[in-house]
Design a binder for this molecule. Structure first.
Ligand code: KG4
Ligand code: ZN
Length: 344
């Protein structure tokens, strides 16, 4: 059975993991950088890149120790090669290249979004291709038909902010702390989701695209009105996001004409309200539902190692001069969403 070392460094988590081709997670190590970024209320790319340089090799060594393995036991080295903050991506990819060269092992350049997209298959051996995926992270909000490793059809995307970005901005506006998503979820538990009237951008439109920028502006106005408790704004905001995600996903299910399973992945998939509502939606349509365990939703290296294992099994390896990419769409042929900004 293949053994893959995975490396992740595209945002503010440095991570290394060892995963086998039959889904055994032999080790996964992760170092967050929350403390370093907290004073700025968001991820500072230069600080992130420096932290990756300091943390990555010790994490790789610990992961190998945990698994009782050495580099020579590994069949391939998989690293995130984009999309993400380019300094961090380069740190991880260059490290993987150096290890691959030193140990004489193949390199696998993994698209970070593919890591999220395939992570539910690491957690659930019964999840077969194809499936309808809602990919909700800090930088992306997309509906994809996952047809196989490397075969992704983008059905919809956001025309402005990603869902996770909206959570992060709302946390900042309400002064709830950093990182934003979990802070909003925690505050929302103490609030009333019907307390503040907020918009549901694009709900009811034909194409299943997303938009969250207007919601963020509405949160700002609600805050400045000075009459609502932050918990109530947080709960109302979270409900609005859930309503948008559900309406858009329902539209995609209707259009996908018999999608065999509904799957959610990415950092926002760690949100219990989001998971719960999607599970209900799947049940309404008689679809199996899959969501990775919470730790596998947010950035980690096990999902990169697993995507590497799937690629390795399919015979995909990369040359040592493969580039790091700040932007890297999963479906390069997808049409631009009407009204969309520059995001892929
Ligand atoms: O997938 P991820 O870890 O990194 C990216 O690839 O972007 O996603 C991070 C995003 C952040 O915007 C974070 O606020 C959000 O996922 N997030 C959450 C929760 N946990 C993480 N959003 C809502 N509720 C959560 N519990
Ligand atoms: Zn991610």
């Amino acid at each position: 059975m293949s053994l893959i070392l995975g490396i992740e460094s595209s945002c503010d988590e440095t991570a290394a993991a060892l995963v086998t081709g039959d889904r055994a997670i032999l080790a996964h190590r992760l170092a967050g950088q929350e403390e370093a970024h907290r004073p700025y209320g968001g991820v500072v790319p230069e600080i992130a890149a420096r932290a990756h340089v300091e943390m990555l090799m010790p994490l790789v060594e610990s992961a190998l120790d945990d698994a009782g393995a050495t580099l020579s036991d590994v069949d391939a080295i998989a690293a995130t090669a984009g999309p993400g903050l380019i300094g961090g991506v380069m740190v991880g990819l260059v490290t993987a290249k150096a290890l691959a060269m030193a140990a004489g092992k193949p390199l696998i350049a993994v698209n970070h979004l593919e890591g999220h997209a395939l992570s539910p298959r690491l957690a659930d051996p019964a999840l077969a291709y194809p499936y309808l995926l809602l990919l909700v992270s800090g930088g992306h909000c997309q509906l994809l038909l996952v047809e196989g490793v490397g075969a992704y059809r983008r059905l919809a995307t956001t025309i402005d902010d990603a869902a996770g970005e909206a959570f992060d901005k709302t946390a900042k506006l309400l002064d709830l702390g950093f990182p934003g998503g979990p802070a909003v979820e925690k505050a929302a538990m103490r609030g009333d989701p019907r307390a503040v009237k907020l918009p549901r951008p694009l709900v009811g439109t034909t194409e299943p695209h997303f938009s969250f920028a207007g919601l963020k502006s509405a949160v700002l106005r609600a805050r400045d009105a000075g009459i609502h408790r932050p918990e109530d704004i947080a709960a109302s905001f979270q409900q609005a996001v859930v309503d948008c995600l559900i309406d858009r996903t329902r539209r995609a299910i209707d259009r996908a004409d018999g999608a065999p399973a509904l799957v959610v992945a990415g950092g926002v998939a760690a949100n219990r309200a989001v998971r719960g509502a999607l599970e209900v939606l799947a049940a309404e349509h008689g679809l199996p539902f899959a969501a990775p365990p919470l730790w596998l939703c947010t950035d980690n290296a096990a999902m990169i190692a697993w995507a590497g294992a799937e690629r390795f099994a399919a015979g995909h390896v990369d040359p040592l001069d493969v580039p790091a990419r700040a932007r890297w769409p999963l479906d390069p042929d997808a049409e631009k969403a009407r009204g969309a900004g520059v995001k892929a």
